[in-house]
Design a protein around this ligand. Structure first.
Ligand code: GRF
Length: 205
């Protein structure tokens, strides 16, 4: 199974999954990264892992359809089976989502549908969780449809909010869980244990 990652920033989730693929623990190939931010840290991580990382920016294309066509051209050239959005701060074009039905995943640092939606990313998510005095937050991996942070949940895992947490300490603990869970979900796909039934995801035991 060939994986493509879309990232806009650090790319630590990409690295965590890619390392587990390269070590043979996950029987998949981390084949390519697509990034929309020049100089983002994910380029350095990809280089260290010798995985190609392409800069593809919407603003370099006159038409949205040409942008989507370029993305699809890259994805097809690497024979991609599964797309992992990993801190990609742009909406994936509908044509790409439609070309990979039930094959586009996103990871979100909270328990959706709480603390999701447009503008809810990075530090803001953890600030909102703390402001709401939640005792529990977590991580959601979900299928991507054409909206932000929507689409059926594949897996969720909880993280306790601790006394004295700041957005940074909470983000760090959540990120550790993200690094584990995203690869675990890829494994479920590799093992063909993910089923889609009437808009829901079922994981086979
Ligand atoms: C993660 O918190 C992820 O849940 C969210 O964006 C962040 C990306 O972090 N979608 P990184 O770039 O993988 O380090």
């Amino acid at each position: 199974m060939n994986l493509a990652f879309f990232a806009s920033g650090s790319g630590s989730n990409f690295e965590a999954v890619a390392k587990r693929c390269q070590s043979g623990e996950i029987a998949a190939s981390a084949s390519v990264v697509i990034c929309n931010v020049p100089g983002a840290e994910v380029f350095h991580r990809a280089e260290r892992l010798t995985i190609p990382c392409y800069l593809v920016q919407r603003e370099d294309f006159r038409e949205g359809k040409d942008f989507a066509a370029r993305l699809l051209e890259i994805l097809r050239s690497y024979q991609i089976d599964l797309i992992l959005l990993a801190g990609y701060l742009r909406k994936l074009p509908g044509a790409v989502v439609r070309a990979f039905p039930n094959r586009v995943l996103n990871i979100h640092p909270a328990l959706l549908p709480a603390f999701g939606g447009k503008g809810m990313y990075g530090r803001r998510v953890h600030e909102a969780v703390l402001a709401a005095r939640c005792r529990t937050t977590g991580v959601t991996v979900h299928l991507v449809d054409e909206e932000y942070d929507r689409g059926p949940t594949v897996v969720q895992r909880t993280v306790e909010v601790q006394e004295g947490d700041t957005p940074e300490t909470l983000a760090a603990r959540v990120l550790e869980v993200e690094h584990q869970i995203y690869g675990d979900v890829v494994k479920l796909f590799v093992q063909n244990r993910v089923r889609f039934e009437e808009g829901r995801v079922r994981i086979l035991e």
